[in-house]
Design a protein around this ligand. Sequence first.
Ligand SMILES: Cc1cc2nc3c(=O)[nH]c(=O)nc-3n(C[C@H](O)[C@H](O)[C@H](O)COP(=O)(O)OP(=O)(O)OC[C@H]3O[C@@H](n4cnc5c(N)ncnc54)[C@H](O)[C@@H]3O)c2cc1C
Ligand SMILES: NC(=O)c1ccc[n+]([C@@H]2O[C@H](COP(=O)([O-])OP(=O)(O)OC[C@H]3O[C@@H](n4cnc5c(N)ncnc54)[C@H](OP(=O)(O)O)[C@@H]3O)[C@@H](O)[C@H]2O)c1
Length: 382
Amino acid sequence: MSAPFDKNNPFLASLVDRRRLSSPASQKDTQHFSVSLAGSGLTYKCGDSLGVFPTNNPSAVLALLKAAGFTGDEQVTVPKDLSSISLRQALSTRLALNGPTYKFAQLLHDRATDAADKDRLAAAIGEADPEKKKAWMEQREFLDLFLEHPSARPSSQELIELMRKLMPRLYSISSAPSKYPQEIHLTVAVVRYESNGRPREGVCSSYLADRARMNEPDLPIFVADSHFGLPADDNIPVIMVGPGTGVAPFRSFVMDRAARGAKGSNWLFFGDQHKDHDFLYADEWSEYQRAGVLTRLDTAFSRDQAAKVYVQDRMRESATELWKWIQQGAYFYVCGDAKRMAKDVDAALHSIVAEQGSLTPEAAVEWVKQFKKDGRYQRDVY
Ligand SMILES: Cc1cc2nc3c(=O)[nH]c(=O)nc-3n(C[C@H](O)[C@H](O)[C@H](O)COP(=O)(O)OP(=O)(O)OC[C@H]3O[C@@H](n4cnc5c(N)ncnc54)[C@H](O)[C@@H]3O)c2cc1C
Ligand SMILES: NC(=O)c1ccc[n+]([C@@H]2O[C@H](COP(=O)([O-])OP(=O)(O)OC[C@H]3O[C@@H](n4cnc5c(N)ncnc54)[C@H](OP(=O)(O)O)[C@@H]3O)[C@@H](O)[C@H]2O)c1
């Protein structure tokens, strides 16, 4: 393998640091990772993401093989790339163990030899309520379907042809190339939850946290270029809204401005569950504040009091100052949860623009549209 490395030719990097950022008493497991770029020729910019190709948990692969009645040594032909490899290898590195479809349920139904298995599958496939039908499948991985219908035994080739490709995951880079040209840092929330009575884990976040080896060049990575980034002019002020792991690119931004002695003001809104357990990089922020690099830090610890407090509440509390910064040319950045946070922060921004700029709601919408068009309102949400 040789440069240039990219998504189609990932670099096998070494993980050189792994530590927990959230305290052991936290309800979350947020971790910091450092990946060495030494020998890759790879470079990155603040705002870029790192792509990571995970492998599935060997115990999950074993459980699936056992439940489906395979040894793992069966040879299969992986769709599209047409390589012939063992089923064990295909399930470990090429295919997603989650996300079965109704097409697969139909295959199980067709192969089931037990009447009760057939009936249960027919009922799920024929479910009239679309919400219920969707939920039934969403709660199940391939393993669940095999365990629940033990008489259904498709061939190994039939199985893999109905599995999705195991995709790389992206992570916002939380280091700055001006300080760490040979390293990339990540800030990752490890996904762990329970579904259909079984504990589950996110493939890539648990791979990084539990299975990726330290100091061994075997982590397949690539740098994903992004338009999200600091203004070219170092004097421009920036406002950064990054609750949870959304803080990742802003650690990169502030680190970069500190390393390069950039003069622009920096204002960070950070939020998470508890100050004592989830204040990611707290020491670094206080050092940046002491050094005068982080001009302002507003925090919202949602579960430290009876009523929830979120970053957008802090924005509203400081609406006059926030508007002043925007009038002075500040760029406004949001990173983190797309489903709820980014929408609510966007609504708060609209209401601040309307109120502070004395605009009608319609005019505020147009104003924010232009703000985006000018590249001054940037989002990296997932
Ligand atoms: C541009 C970009 C930047 C990103 N940056 C970061 C970052 O800096 N840090 C970071 O941590 N992540 C980041 N992500 C998210 C990251 O790419 C992964 O999606 C995340 O780590 C989960 O991947 P996984 O393989 O561990 O989980 P997967 O195996 O993909 O599982 C995740 C899935 O599990 C299910 N799930 C999760 N929690 C629950 C629950 N409580 N109940 C039921 N189902 C649940 C959902 O279906 C979810 O889609 C970013 C994503 C993008 C697109
Ligand atoms: N599948 C899901 O349901 C789900 C839920 C949350 C996060 N996620 C994903 O999990 C990953 C990791 O999450 P994370 O650690 O980065 O942080 P996070 O779970 O997004 O939480 C960070 C902080 O944001 C708060 N928050 C919740 N809703 C908010 C809203 N509407 N507006 C503003 N703040 C809000 C949280 O408060 P509270 O938790 O106290 O409300 C917490 O204090 C992300 O990829 C995220 O998208 C998924």
